[in-house]
Unconditional design. Structure first.
Length: 450
């Protein structure tokens, strides 16, 4: 009995230590089993207390009265599947007649308390089926990306969501995006993760960094073109507009619109072209977009209008030509001048790190997800890297990118430097990188985003 008591104390102590120092290990060792039992045991009573049950069908009531049996109890949604994950539980529910997915969403906070979970989110899988994702611990405190992620053409993982799922940047679904964040909010780390994820792909990276290139020029070996001043940026954007026109002429000549060609083979963008003819897709990263929009003289104003016009053209027409925009900045408002709101309207994806004012949050989410504005301005300063991500569908998530140091990003870009395409239109803007540099071992990065 003494040995059993000692063993039990050691197990409890180990569980408590893991829960404090390594919550992910605790969840996989103890938490997932306890949480699954808790959900199954409490399910009916919790659903009843949260108002997520429906009265029994009339035929059941009539049958009970006829046979003199007890009145059937109210029925909760039926559990179709309970699946454990490395961060929590996924509960798939079949709704009863009369129930709605918004009922589950409205009760998310009560379900979190009742099941003793860290977070609960829900989404509609299809009509009448709701997926409830429950997290057992704060997955955004120490971001650990899964060992295996689904990466394919123009779809890369960049962050972790609060429900434990991976946040992907899919350029074919959301061609252009806007990323905002105040100083020391984690915006640069998010941008590094994006470059690091795109580096192994067959894609051309184009950078515009008006801070004399301090953010993007260390990654120059993986960039096909870089600009470090507004004057160079204007010429680079003009070259991209010219490339876009050339790609459209190629698509037009290869459309194959004849009576004997099936509709599915008619080319309308670069992805419909044969592999041997398909132009290399281009991702344009603009750091500190306000530097491109500010001016002090008439000459700078003309240059500014030229830049904004080119950006708007690329945002409106670039998707089919395989040109995708990533616009980043600390501030994005109508005071940046004409054309800014037109540019924003074309940026479907929105990501906002900690912001210093509500106006920038409104520019990011006011037109697509007004309830995300409050979440964006409530991000605490000590949680650098925490962000709100949304799109034009109205949905939004809290995300956090894993910490990637500048040395780690440089090593990745140097490793995949041979994948950097040489585009004739952008040859004058190809950065001079010299000989290949040896990879330098990077220090062990903190799991928290800096």
């Amino acid at each position: 009995m003494t040995a059993f008591t000692v063993a039990l104390v050691l197990v409890v102590a180990a569980a408590g230590l893991l829960r404090w120092r390594r919550p992910a290990w605790y969840w996989l060792a103890f938490g997932v089993t306890l949480a699954a039992l808790r959900v199954l045991v409490r399910y009916r009573s919790v659903m009843d207390a949260c108002g997520l049950t429906v009265p029994p069908a009339r035929w059941r009531l009539a049958l009970a009265r006829t046979t003199n049996r007890p009145i059937p109890e109210p029925r909760p949604p039926r559990i179709r599947r309970l699946r454990p994950t490395r961060t929590g539980l996924v509960l798939r529910l079949k709704l009863r007649p009369g129930q709605d997915v918004f009922d589950i969403a409205a009760a998310s906070d009560r379900l979190r308390h009742s099941f003793s979970m860290f977070g609960v989110t829900s989404r509609e899988v299809r009509s009448g089926v709701v997926e409830v994702r429950m997290t057992g611990y704060d997955v955004l405190k120490r971001v650990q990306m899964p060992a295996e992620t689904e990466t394919w053409s123009m779809r890369v993982p960049v962050a972790l969501r609060e429900d434990g799922s991976v946040h992907y940047r899919d350029y074919r679904a959301i061609p252009h995006a806007l990323t905002l964040g105040a100083t020391e909010s984690g915006k640069s780390v998010y941008q590094r993760n994006l470059v690091a994820a795109l580096a192994p792909l067959d894609v051309a990276l184009v950078g515009i960094d008006c801070k004399q290139g301090v953010e993007l020029f260390p990654l120059a070996r993986r960039f096909s073109a870089l600009a470090d001043s507004p004057d160079t940026a204007a010429e680079l954007l003009d070259a991209l507009v010219a490339r876009m026109a050339d790609v459209y002429r190629l698509i037009r000549t290869q459309q194959r619109i004849t009576v004997d060609v099936p509709d599915a083979e008619i080319a309308a963008d670069i992805w419909d072209l044969p592999d041997e003819l398909r132009p290399t897709p281009v991702v344009v990263l603009v750091d500190e977009v306000a530097e491109l929009a500010l001016y002090a003289t008439k000459e700078e104003e003309r240059r500014r209008d030229r830049i904004i016009t080119a950006l708007v053209r690329l945002a409106q027409l670039g998707r089919a030509a395989g040109i995708y925009l990533e616009i980043c900045g600390q501030r994005f408002g109508s005071e940046l001048g004409k054309g800014i709101t037109m540019l924003r309207a074309q940026l479907t994806g929105r990501t906002a790190h900690r912001l210093n004012d509500e106006t920038s949050a409104n520019m990011a989410f006011g037109d697509i997800a007004p309830d995300a504005v409050l979440a964006a301005i409530q991000i605490p300063a000590e949680l650098r890297g925490l962000a709100i991500a949304g799109d034009s569908s109205g949905g939004w998530h809290r995300i956090r990118a894993p910490h990637t140091s500048l040395r780690q990003a440089v090593n990745l870009c140097n490793r995949y430097a041979d994948r950097t395409p040489d585009l004739p239109e952008l040859a004058p803007f190809r950065p001079a990188t010299g000989t290949a540099t040896e990879l330098v071992p990077s220090a062990k990065a903190s799991p928290a985003t800096a």
